[in-house]
Design a protein around this ligand. Structure first.
Ligand SMILES: NC(=O)c1ccc[n+]([C@@H]2O[C@H](COP(=O)([O-])OP(=O)(O)OC[C@H]3O[C@@H](n4cnc5c(N)ncnc54)[C@H](O)[C@@H]3O)[C@@H](O)[C@H]2O)c1
Length: 340
């Protein structure tokens, strides 16, 4: 019995593959390398001493996906594969809808016809938009996200809820807050291909001198220091939540449909400037920054109430912001050493 991990060479996917292998799951990765690199597979093998099956193709190619389902006895899927750049999604909406939703539907067609269950979906706190109250729990009303990327996440959730209900299948929707950090081995991390979209990779590259200055978008928000607040969750902790969510689905013997929804965050918000300072302290480096105008579409504050995940998955975030940022810097050093 194998777990299909789509996007398994990507940032969160690769860390989750390591945790799955460490928990003795058989793993089959499909990743078209559109936002990842092949050396990550070798590094997964070095970390775990195990070799997951790997198929480098685009999930939109349904005939190739069918062959993978024919070749393995798949008992579940963790679907990380998606395009994720918010800005780019506004410029290329059709590409984003096509990639993120057609890939999902192709996998669900296989699940439907083969009677398979246990599907875990990478969702995002973006489905809550700017929530009226903090912290955000799973009952916080959803708001249609402004970005096309966010819409693909909300639509993906809807598709999976309909799938579970119509065919009595089990799904888990994991709403990540802001994943950061890298593997303690320094062999896995976020590969910022092009200009990073997220704060921490930008901080990392600024500290490394690859970017001149970090742009801090707005310092007049009603927050502790005027900069926007997010909930930064360490990627290895996040990866472990996937294993816990998978085990819960697998042990659920119900014949009825199951829709598990969890917010995965630390429960604590940190401002942009707090992250910058924590990075500087953790790594003894300087991160030059400049204050810019607010960026359209950015929300002020978002942090999770992750009590449901703690109660039902027996999971909680364990790693401090400083420690996560320390691993980020070690990852940058590893990338530097690869380039030299
Ligand atoms: N990183 C975040 O901040 C964040 C936050 C919330 C949700 N998510 C979601 O989590 C998931 C994983 O994110 P990540 O940060 O690891 O992204 P990532 O880009 O590092 O990983 C995604 C992987 O999927 C692959 N991929 C994309 N489209 C594919 C296709 N059609 N066929 C085969 N492979 C394909 C890419 O090559 C990449 O390796 C995504 O669905 C993302 O939307 C990420």
């Amino acid at each position: 019995m194998a777990i299909l991990v789509t996007g398994g060479l990507g940032y969160i996917g690769s860390h989750t593959v390591v945790e799955l292998l460490n928990n003795n799951f058989e793993v089959v990765i499909v990743d078209d390398l559109s936002n990842s690199e092949k050396f990550i597979l070798k590094n997964i093998e070095e970390i775990t001493g195990k070799k997951p099956a790997f198929y480098p193709f685009d999930l939109k190619r349904k005939e190739l996906l069918t062959q993978v389902f024919d070749a393995y006895s798949i008992e579940g899927c963790i679907n990380f594969a998606a395009y994720k750049a918010v800005g780019e999604s506004q410029e290329k909406p059709i590409d984003y809808y096509e990639n993120n939703l057609f890939s999902l539907i192709n996998i669900l067609q296989e699940f439907k016809t083969r009677g398979l269950s246990n599907f875990i979906f990478s969702s995002s706190c973006t489905v809550y938009g700017q929530a009226d109250e903090m912290p955000i729990d799973e009952n916080t009303p959803l708001k249609m996200p402004e970005s096309v990327y966010g819409k693909t996440k909300q639509m993906g959730e809807e598709i999976l809820i309909d799938f579970a209900k119509a065919y009595n299948r089990k799904v888990s929707l994991l709403r990540y807050f802001n994943p950061i950090g890298a593997h303690p081995s320094s062999k896995l991390g976020e590969l910022p291909i092009g200009v990073p979209n997220n704060l921490v990779p930008y901080v990392m590259q600024t500290a490394a001198g690859i970017r001149e200055k970090l742009s801090v978008w707005g310092n007049d928000y009603p927050t502790v220091d005027g900069t926007a607040v997010r909930d930064y969750i360490y990627v290895v902790d996040l990866a472990k939540a996937h294993v816990a969510a998978l085990k819960r689905l697998l042990s659920n013997q119900s014949e009825e449909s199951t829709i598990d929804i969890y917010n995965l965050g630390t429960g604590t918000g940190s401002s942009v400037l707090e992250v910058v300072k924590a990075f500087e302290t953790a790594n003894n480096v300087e991160v030059p920054y400049k204050i810019c105008d607010r960026r359209e579409g950015d929300i002020t504050v978002a942090y999770a109430n992750a009590n449901k995940a703690e109660k039902e998955l027996n999971w909680k975030s364990e790693t401090s912001l400083e420690e996560a940022l320390r691993t980020t810097w070690e990852w940058q050093k590893y990338l530097n050493s690869r380039n030299n």
